[in-house]
Design a protein around this ligand. Structure first.
Ligand code: ATP
Ligand code: MG
Ligand code: FE
Length: 343
């Protein structure tokens, strides 16, 4: 089965073609980062309008790159939520219109299920069951995954998501949006141990997270440095390093706990923050220590992309699922509401 996937939940327009027999045929992405940068974050209305502009050229590009005639697909999958409703509606309307014109089924896909399954596009995909750490701009969740649609939430952030913490911390030090890659870059030049930030909620049992206090700790430190006339690039790097280490260690402690609590050996990380090299390194070491294994997607498939939506949609369309009439677009959508696949 050949499926066209469309992602427009936030500030990336992603389009891809996935074939259940041949794998990923082509994918293309337009990131609106430059459009939103001057505002320091995503402006929803600008995002929606830009998706309108980018979708058709990306669709043409993907069909051409795959060597597939336009419309030669068995289904169209689109991100139906969670995300910005206006942005979701652009992808949803486009997907439904094309599916109708081509006489094939359409299916609204859960954005976080897309992220979660992105590592399946790699050469050595994880087998079920596994523990997944979803770390993105809007989510920080530990999930027990027994199959597609079989998700049990083990823990989540009570306030800021991990990616959001990176973005807000970067912003308060005057770094551009999105902050994750900026902090990671600066941290490489940081002096180890000059600053130490807390590892929130690691001293009590449970698998929930809290990152907003960490951001406040950075703010206090940064303001003290500024007051002491020490707001140099090196100081920024030193803070970035301490912040990144605090996040990485906190996530590692909780992932270790989740593996031990479930008795599972496989850990999958997904979402934008899973592109972070220090996080991959730390979790890889931890998993190996438990005789387990870590899985993740290539960096381009950690952040938003069309390939993950084409893949997730294909699995569900293969199982016979499809949309009823109307475009699905949900700002909020708990992953546990998803229908399990019995395959
Ligand atoms: P969600 O998927 O929860 O709806 P989103 O789609 O905005 O949110 P993603 O696209 O998965 O999130 O990821 C973007 C986030 O990942 C941003 O917060 C960004 O700062 C962060 N990020 C990207 N690369 C890195 C990195 N190397 N280190 C840390 N964070 C990173
Ligand atoms: Mg994004
Ligand atoms: Fe995302």
């Amino acid at each position: 089965m050949r499926v066209l996937g469309i992602e427009t939940s936030c500030d990336e327009t992603g389009v891809a073609l996935y074939d259940s027999e041949r794998g990923l045929l082509a994918d293309a992405l337009f990131s609106q980062i430059d459009l939103h940068r001057i505002y320091g974050g995503v402006v929803p209305e600008l995002a929606s309008r830009d998706h309108v502009k980018r979708l058709i050229p990306l669709l043409r590009e993907v069909f051409a790159a795959a060597g597939v005639a336009e419309g030669e697909v068995d289904g169209v999958a689109y991100t139906a939520g969670p995300g910005l409703v206006g942005a979701l509606l652009v992808g949803g309307a486009c997907a439904k219109a094309m599916a109708f014109a081509w006489g094939v089924p359409a299916l609204g896909v859960h954005h976080m299920e897309g992220h979660l399954l992105a590592p399946m596009l790699e050469e050595q995909p994880p087998e079920f069951p596994f523990v997944a750490l979803l770390v993105s701009g809007g989510h920080t969740q530990l999930v027990r995954v027994d199959g597609i649609g079989r998700y049990q939430l083990l823990g989540e952030s009570l306030d800021d998501a991990a990616g959001e913490a990176f973005d807000k911390t970067a912003k308060l030090m005057g770094l551009p949006y999105p902050g994750g890659p900026e902090i990671a870059r600066l941290a490489q030049a940081g002096t180890p141990g000059r600053f130490v930030f807390p590892r929130p909620m690691t001293d009590r049992p449970g698998l929930d997270f809290s990152f907003s206090g960490l951001k406040t700790a950075v703010l206090n430190t940064w303001q003290q440095c500024q007051a002491a006339d020490d707001a140099s690039e090196q100081t920024r790097s030193d803070i970035a390093r301490a912040f990144e280490l605090a996040v990485v260690e906190t996530l590692t402690i909780k992932c270790r706990r989740a593996l031990k609590a479930t008795g599972l050996k496989r850990l999958v990380i997904a979402g934008g923050v899973s592109a972070n090299r220090e996080l991959r390194h730390s979790l890889g070491k931890m998993a190996a220590g438990l005789k387990g294994e870590l899985f993740y997607a290539r960096p381009a498939f950690c952040t938003d992309n069309g390939a993950m939506i084409a893949y997730a949609g294909c699995q569900r369309l293969l199982a016979g699922q499809q949309d009823q009439a109307g475009i699905q677009a949900r700002a909020r959508w708990p992953m546990e509401e998803l229908v399990p696949l019995n395959a």
